[in-house]
Design a protein around this ligand. Structure first.
Ligand code: ATP
Length: 448
């Protein structure tokens, strides 16, 4: 059953007070914290609300501990008091009128001041306090993301839904708040697709028309490329990014990244191979380096681009240094490395080590996904499972004891020992010592 069906059937059970649902979705510590926030708000004469994504997810029964709280009042003063009472740290962002509480287990809770401007809603009856919350919510992207839950004592758990977000959620509908939404912020187009595909929803017809209009008018030309980059990264971090990418292709959105990027059969296959490679990697039982899978998907998307075009794209979208280095190292080495790893004749494991060890795990696993030859895949697996884990027993000080002076030769000698061990020629530490002594003798003879 998909999310829409689940929540349609849950509809009858839902009451406008979500406190029970909150208790079932949030851990007890979070519930305690939220109640504390509510009591403190009462003492200050403020109103406090959980807003946005966590409310959407709460109604869907999905746990989201990324809590955003809007305070009708001074959020910074409120945050200060809260951090004193809870004895937890606080980061203040004065420029934005926001503060972040760092609670236990590194849990972060963002506190923001609701916009103060009076919002004149036509015929609106909400109380004065609610009018500033409404003002805050109306600026949001979609109705399903524009709901709030009250935390104050007398109304704890009360859903605040000015724009029909709850019924859109039950209908599985992504709907903008107003016609100018994508003109105000075209990155919402990516967000619409992301939520649509994540939840198995559908973008509402009028909203889709607004998207097509914005795309036709090349609205992305007016957006900072970094903001587009962030939305693309968010899409690639989704559980099944390929679904959102298919939708992007349908709406002709890749052209805003690069005209050469397309989602064809080859790319589909590449994506599945990345999933497979990552699944294999995750199944390894020893302690592994965490990998950024989204970066591997991106490397796949950039496959049709030349090196120069990839460099330009990385600069245009201002990818971070570490990301750029991995993207470009893949671009630079992929063809040659796969060629070398696919040769039929026997290759020494140390040779494979010398090709793969300078590369990041994202690059190595992408090579594994990209190579069609089973041979290259097996060699990469051998490298990750065995050869990259080989350690030698001797150290720099062992060489010193043998009378060598510290210098660049140390690294060379230790490297030679490692390669010999990887190739299976040295087993024990005394084998290593004997081998080094042999190297020293040979060198003395060469000098003499
Ligand atoms: P996710 O589960 O992906 O984190 P989220 O809705 O919590 O989803 P965020 O990017 O953290 O996503 O945004 C938090 C909230 O801020 C959203 O729910 C929405 O109300 C608002 N928001 C975020 N981006 C925009 C935007 N571009 N325009 C308007 N409102 C936005």
């Amino acid at each position: 059953m998909d999310l829409v069906t689940t929540h349609k059937s849950a509809r009858r059970e839902l009451v406008s007070n979500l406190s029970k649902k909150m208790a079932s979705v949030f851990p007890r510590s979070i519930m305690g914290l939220l109640r504390h926030i509510g009591r403190l708000a009462n003492r200050y004469g403020y109103s406090a609300f959980v807003v946005g994504g966590p409310v959407r997810d709460l109604i869907l029964g999905v746990r989201n501990l990324d809590l955003d709280i809007v305070i009708e009042g001074d959020a910074i003063a409120f945050g200060r008091r809260l951090s004193e009472e809870l004895k937890v740290s606080l980061i203040v962002h004065r420029r934005f009128g926001t503060a972040t509480i760092i609670a236990k287990d590194k849990l972060k809770i963002d506190l923001a001041t609701a916009r103060k401007e009076i919002y004149e809603a036509p015929g609106a009856l909400p109380t004065v306090e609610f009018s500033s919350l409404k003002n805050d919510l109306i600026r949001r992207d979609f109705t399903i993301n524009a709901m709030a839950v009250s935390l104050n004592k007398e109304s704890f758990g009360q859903l605040v839904d000015f724009f029909g977000g709850e019924s859109d959620l039950f209908a599985g509908r992504i709907r903008v708040m107003h016609n100018g939404s994508f003109i105000d912020d075209p990155t919402r187009i990516f967000r619409a697709i992301r939520f649509e595909q994540r939840f198995g929803f559908a973008i509402d017809r009028h909203t889709e028309k607004l998207i097509l209009n914005a795309i036709e008018e090349d609205m992305f030309d007016h957006v900072e490329p970094q903001r587009i980059r962030d939305e693309i990264i968010s899409i690639l971090k989704e559980k099944e990014p390929i679904r959102a990418l298919r939708r992007m292709a349908e709406l002709d959105e890749f052209k805003f990244l690069h005209p050469k990027i397309r989602l064809d059969q080859k790319m589909n296959k590449f994506y599945s191979a990345i999933d497979e490679a990552c699944l294999w990697y995750e199944s390894l039982t020893f302690k592994k380096r965490p990998i950024e899978k989204w970066l591997m998907y991106l490397m796949a998307n950039l496959e049709p681009l030349s090196y120069k075009e990839t460099v330009d794209l990385c600069s245009k979208f201002v990818f971070k240094r570490g990301e750029r280095l991995r993207i470009l190292s893949y671009k630079k080495c992929a063809r040659k490395a796969i060629g070398l790893l696919s040769v039929k004749k026997k290759i020494r494991p140390s040779r494979i080590y010398s090709i793969l060890s300078p590369l990041s795990y994202e690059v190595i696993l992408s090579l594994m996904a990209r190579s069609n030859s089973g041979l290259a895949g097996t060699r990469i697996k051998d490298f990750l499972e065995r050869h990259n884990r080989v350690r030698i027993g001797i150290r720099g000080w062992t060489l010193k004891r043998l009378g060598l002076k510290p210098g660049p030769d140390f690294k060379k000698i230790l490297g030679k020992v490692l390669y010999k061990k990887i190739d299976g020629a040295l087993k024990t530490k005394s084998d290593e010592l004997e081998y080094v002594k042999g190297l020293i003798r040979k060198r003395c003879m060469e000098i003499a």
